[in-house]
Design a protein around this ligand. Structure first.
Ligand SMILES: [Zn+2]
Length: 91
C-alpha cells in the first residue's frame, strides 16, 4: 500500500486533489460544486503559505492529527459548506 493511501490522503472515494493552483477532480465530479469549493479553499491555503509552506504544514498536520482531523481539511470543509450555503447550493 502506498503512503498516501496509508495516511488516508487518497482512497477509492477521493473526488479531487489540489496541487498549488491546480485542481484535479475525478471523472464525474466536475459538477460537484461542494467538492470544487473545498478544493478552491486549498488553493487559497496554498496562496496563503506558498507551495512549500503549505505542504510542510499539511504533512505536519497529518502526522499530528491524522488525515481525517487535519486542520486544513476542517477549514476547507467549513468554508466550502458556508460558500455553498451562502450560494443556496445544497451541501
Ligand atoms: Zn481537502
Amino acid at each position: 500500500m502506498t503512503l498516501e493511501r496509508q495516511v488516508g490522503l487518497l482512497s477509492a472515494h477521493t473526488g479531487g486533489l489540489t496541487a498549488v493552483g491546480g485542481v484535479i477532480v475525478r471523472l464525474g465530479c466536475a459538477k460537484n460544486l461542494r467538492l470544487l469549493a473545498h478544493e478552491f479553499v486549498h488553493v487559497v491555503q496554498y496562496k496563503r503559505l506558498g507551495r512549500e509552506g503549505f505542504l510542510q504544514e499539511y504533512i505536519q498536520q497529518i502526522a499530528a492529527h491524522g488525515y481525517q482531523n487535519v486542520p486544513f481539511e476542517i477549514e476547507a470543509e467549513a468554508d466550502a459548506h458556508k460558500a455553498c450555503r451562502d450560494a443556496g447550493i445544497a451541501p
